[in-house]
Write a protein that binds this ligand. Structure first.
Ligand SMILES: [Zn+2]
Length: 407
């Protein structure tokens, strides 16, 4: 009878059987025996071979020798060692002085001591479903292919500082129970943190470059877990806005959560950035109805959602200049062209009727700032409307200037 886990995980090699090799399980009438090899024996069993107990160093040597043997076979580029129970501290960096670790699959494993991969260049690695009980050190590690940390539990502090994720990485549903440092990491492809669990500000994405930030993918549900100290150069499009399957509503929620996070940290420039992106997504998806869509469009076009002072200023200047142009020789020339239109007489009659609408002038008496306007009829209404628009644009300009310089 072989190791039950070797059978479950379909191991190709047959490792030595562990000392305390069988247990009974079940009550009256039900006895089933489990036997483990030295690699799969749970920590409750003393690790040992041929009746002799082995220590952590001996276990690690046996493990690395077995992995090297598998790699040397070269039949399959991926070396699969699923479900290994590491009894204590293990240092892959020392075991590979050439600093190059070929493809290795260690999914569903348990690292009961600290695991070190510092400075290694790893061709490809899978840890999905594994547990790091005493912390993991991936400082200065280069991942040539995207490492797989799906559903991994990191019980203690984890360090990925200055690591290079050349083609990205997967941390979906990973559970970080202590701090995880990603300072100065390089994300060369999408590094995905969907459905991760962590404490607030525990995932330290500090001093990341613009390119790395653009590859960081998570949703509004995970925003509070991240800390972004020293990240000054942000990409224009963030998160999954760059991916093909973009959902504008989810993006709006992501940007809103980033805005709320920045606001709670009194980081006003970031509040401005995320407010603009949030409203832009709302505008792109058409708001909550036609009215909101139109308002959002004009809010964007005239002041960049109250965040673009130059745009608001240019719009204001244009509004102020247009009356000068209309009353200049150019304006008169354009107006005189009306007289050459074929059906001018009927049009002229129509405009004459409009301009003689005295009731419009009377109605304007009720609007405070229109009393001093000199015109009559609908011309007066047009002037009042224009003044209203100029005042509105001036307010937007003042708001944008305030947002730009007070933040
Ligand atoms: Zn086994």
């Amino acid at each position: 009878m072989g190791c039950c886990k070797c059978e479950e995980y379909l191991w190709r090699i047959v490792p030595p059987i562990n000392n305390a090799h069988s247990i009974s399980n079940g009550g009256a009438g039900h006895t089933s025996e489990f036997q483990y090899c030295v690699f799969h024996a749970p920590l409750a069993f003393d690790k040992g071979i041929n009746g002799r107990k082995i220590n952590v160093t001996e276990f690690n040597s046996l493990f690395f020798a077995t992995v090297r043997q598998e790699h040397s076979n070269g039949e399959d580029p991926v070396c699969i060692f699923e479900g290994v129970v590491f009894p204590g501290e293990i240092d892959f960096s020392k075991a590979y002085p050439e600093k190059r670790l070929p493809h290795l699959c260690l999914q569903n494993s348990v690292f009961n001591g600290k695991a070190t991969f510092r400075g290694l260049t790893i061709q490809g690695i899978t840890f999905s479903g594994s547990v790091f009980v005493e912390g993991a050190d991936f400082t200065d590690t280069t991942f040539e292919d995207h490492p797989d940390f799906l559903d991994v539990i990191f019980k203690k502090r984890t360090i990925f500082s200055r690591s290079k994720f050349t083609r990205g990485g997967l941390f979906n549903s990973a559970d970080f129970r202590d701090l995880a440092w990603f300072s100065e990491c390089t994300f060369g492809g999408h590094v995905i943190f969907h459905s991760t669990k962590s404490n607030d500000n525990a995932l330290r994405m500090h001093n990341l470059t613009r390119d790395s930030l653009s590859n960081l993918i998570f949703s509004s549900l995970e925003t509070s877990y991240f800390s972004f100290k020293g990240c000054y150069n942000w990409p224009i499009k963030f998160g999954f806005e760059n991916t093909e399957t973009t959902n504008l509503k989810s993006l709006e929620e992501l940007y809103r959560s980033m805005k709320q996070k920045a606001s709670s940290e009194h980081d006003q420039p970031q509040v401005s950035r995320w407010h603009y992106r949030e409203k832009l997504m709302a505008m792109k998806r058409g708001g909550s109805g036609i009215f909101e869509a139109v308002v959002l469009y004009f809010y964007w076009a005239t002041s960049g959602f109250g965040e673009r002072a130059v745009r608001a200023g240019v719009c204001l200047l244009t509004l102020l200049l247009l009356p000068f142009i209309a009353n200049s020789p150019i304006g008169h020339a354009i107006r005189s062209m009306w007289y050459y239109l074929p059906d001018f007489p009927s049009a002229a009659g129509f405009f004459k009727d409009l301009s003689e609408s005295i009731s419009a002038s009377a109605a304007l008496e009720y609007i405070p700032f229109t009393k001093d306007i000199k015109g009559e009829g609908w011309a007066k209404v047009g002037q009042a409307l224009w003044q209203g628009i100029v005042m509105l644009q001036f307010t937007l300009f003042a708001l944008a200037v305030r947002n730009r310089f007070r933040r």
